[in-house]
Design a protein around this ligand. Structure first.
Ligand code: F6R
Length: 604
């Protein structure tokens, strides 16, 4: 969680930091802050809430000449979202920004307090700057003091520290949270927790590994590994295309991303969907040798695509598949067997729980594969193999196109494994591939559909709750539909397997309970129909989504595609996304940055 940026050079530093933080604001927006050391000394500014507040607060300030600068946008973990708890945190003469969690901060804080240090905030981060200054009063050597400080920290961190004791340097360290350094020919140096803030500014990048730390000053970066040995920095070219990150006239990034799904699905399929088979160039076929089962681990929306994938793996590839929520998996003392392929799914590639689950699987000697949207992310780097979903930068906090492409990759992977293991007939494979090719068309949002959902949405702004119900692969879609709605509308919504309603939840049914019924024609239509009838008999308000007219529905959205369950799945997915979007807009919420959420959850 949180986003950090840093800069060393001659340009105006406030705008570099604020522009960089704008790119990271989706990672957390409880507060933001910047600190700059230039010839006139140390300056810092903090503001609670979105970045705009910090921009307003700094409008009369601009930096001049060579200097060093760090900035942070926060998603609160320790302490409320207040100005005192906002980063950068100040010692006597140094500032720190930090992404992650220092697990042993209380211990360090207690010791420092005994020595007379006063803490201003409730954060774990503030301990870093005080420990650094305490060390520096002993060593009188800022870099050694920083090194000593980092060696005392347990937990996850990406840290940037600046100090008047060495005013031309930024000290940095990384363990468990992402951090990169950007370089260009003007001898400027950039830091950031992901590459978007530095695209267009730096031309080359280095992604730090866990345990690495060092210092940067005018045109020079020194990097050390966890055992203190100096490392050569192997820079990579940085992508230059940032146009995907703009809103293109849509009201919200989420809306734009829903509309983009058709195009990104094409990108996701290119080179993978061949005439008569599926190919993943990035995979070595030996990955599947001696594999008798699959375990998928993920969180949130990615967990929902994992659940969908499990139906497909079992149905098409005939391989037993289990799905686990990563935060549960980590602590359940799981029994891991070497003939299990361990798959993680993550849009950001930085989710702490998923990353840790993956590390556990690696330690247990399992083969690991990740399905991820961000190349070079921590999860991609930790995983034995990776398939990129190619959804492009997703800025709306509520995931849409990342979910769509994850589900497509899982469908393709199930066909790939099915063929590899000889578990699918040529005929069935062809039928599946024909359906796969139709998906980009299914995902096109028509004005008619969007208008209809816009009109309908006004009837769904109140009530005591929503139940999204579905069966089979439409059950994970129901979970996902409910999650989308609750994330951005703040209305209570649950996803349920339709057949389970009568085992308890149906007790809630009355006219103020809204049921969003996913009623595909190609899969268990009669079964779901009876489940919805049961709800209708208890006076629940029903919004039916189906290609088949349903007379008991209070509202009805007719779908087109019924020849293959996955086509119905993707068509209904778009409908549930648009419904959440329109309800949220009508309620006046910030669709792209819903309260209490962040795009990348790098704390457990
Ligand atoms: C919801 C959403 C989250 C994420 C979850 C895992 O719209 O985006 O539920 O899916 O936080 O994140 P990733 O996929 O980045 O591992």
């Amino acid at each position: 969680m949180c986003g950090i940026v840093g800069y060393i050079g001659k340009k105006e530093k406030k705008s570099i930091l604020l522009d960089g933080l704008k790119e990271l604001e989706y990672r957390g927006y409880d507060s933001a802050g910047i600190a700059i050391i230039e010839k006139d000394g140390l300056k810092h500014f903090k503001a609670v809430g979105k970045l705009k507040n910090l921009r307003d607060k700094t409008k009369n300030y601009s930096s001049s000449g060579f200097g060093v600068a760090i900035g942070h946008t926060r998603w609160a973990t320790h302490g409320k979202p207040t100005e005192l708890n906002a980063h950068p945190h100040l010692g006597e003469y140094s500032f720190v920004v930090h992404n992650g969690i220092i697990e042993n901060y209380q211990e360090i804080k207690d010791e420092l307090e005994k020595m007379g240090v006063t803490f201003l905030s409730q954060t774990d981060t503030e301990t870093i700057v005080h420990l650094f200054e305490k060390n520096n009063s002993d060593f009188k050597n800022p870099f050694n003091s920083f090194k000593q400080t980092v060696s005392k920290l347990n937990g996850a961190y990406a840290i940037l520290l600046i100090t008047e004791a060495e005013p031309e340097s930024i000290f940095f360290a990384k363990s468990g949270s992402p951090l990169l350094i950007g370089f260009n020919e003007e001898d400027e140096i950039y830091f950031a927790s992901s590459d978007t803030p530095i695209i267009g500014k730096a031309t080359e990048v280095y992604y730090l590994e866990d345990g690495e730390y060092g210092y940067a000053k005018k045109g020079e970066v020194k990097l050390f590994d966890s055992s203190g040995i100096e490392k050569k920095i192997l820079k990579k070219p940085l992508p230059t295309d940032k146009k995907m990150a703009q809103k293109d006239g849509f009201r919200f990034f989420m809306e734009k991303e829903i509309y983009e799904q058709s195009q990104v699905m094409n990108d996701c399929m290119i080179g993978r969907v061949l005439d008569d088979r599926v190919e993943f160039e990035e995979l070595d076929k030996s990955l599947f040798e001696n594999i008798n089962s699959i375990k998928i681990c993920a969180c949130g929306t990615s967990y929902h695509s994992a659940l969908t994938g499990a139906y497909l793996f079992e149905r098409l590839a005939k391989i037993p598949t289990q799905v686990e929520i990563a935060s549960e998996f980590r602590y359940k003392e799981p029994l891991l067997q070497r003939d299990t392929l361990f798959i993680t799914i993550s849009q950001s590639g930085e989710t702490a729980d998923t990353l840790e689950a993956l590390k556990m699987a690696n330690r247990a000697g399992l083969k690991t594969l990740t399905i991820c949207n961000v190349d070079n992310s921590s999860i991609v780097r930790e995983s034995g193999s990776a398939i990129l979903t190619r959804a492009g930068i997703e800025k709306g906090v509520a995931s849409t196109k990342a979910f769509a492409t994850q589900t497509m990759v899982l469908w393709l992977l199930s066909l790939y494994i099915a063929e590899l293991k000889g578990n699918i007939s040529k005929d069935r494979l062809n039928r599946e591939l024909n359906a796969v090719r139709k998906v980009p068309k299914v995902l096109i949002v028509t004005d008619r559909l969007h208008d209809k959902i816009h009109r309908l949405s006004k009837r769904y702004l109140h009530g005591h709750g929503f139940f999204f119900i579905g069966r089979d692969i439409f059950f994970p879609l129901a979970l996902e539909g409910a999650l989308k709605l609750k994330e951005i509308s703040y209305l209570h919504a649950e996803g349920y397997p339709a057949g389970e309603m009568k085992h308890g939840p149906i007790a809630l049914a009355d006219s103020e309970l809204f049921t969003i019924a996913l009623m595909p024609k190609s899969l268990h239509y009669d079964k779901i129909k009876s489940n919805v009838e049961e709800l209708s008999a208890r006076d629940a308000t029903i919004l039916a989504i189906s290609p088949e007219e349903f007379e008991l529905a209070d509202d009805f959205i007719r779908t087109k595609y019924s020849s293959h369950a996955m086509l119905e799945f993707f068509e209904m997915m778009v409908i549930t996304q648009l419904l959440a979007l329109e309800v949220s807009i009508r309620l006046g919420n910030d669709v792209d940055m819903p309260r209490n959420l962040a795009k990348s959850v790098t704390v457990e």
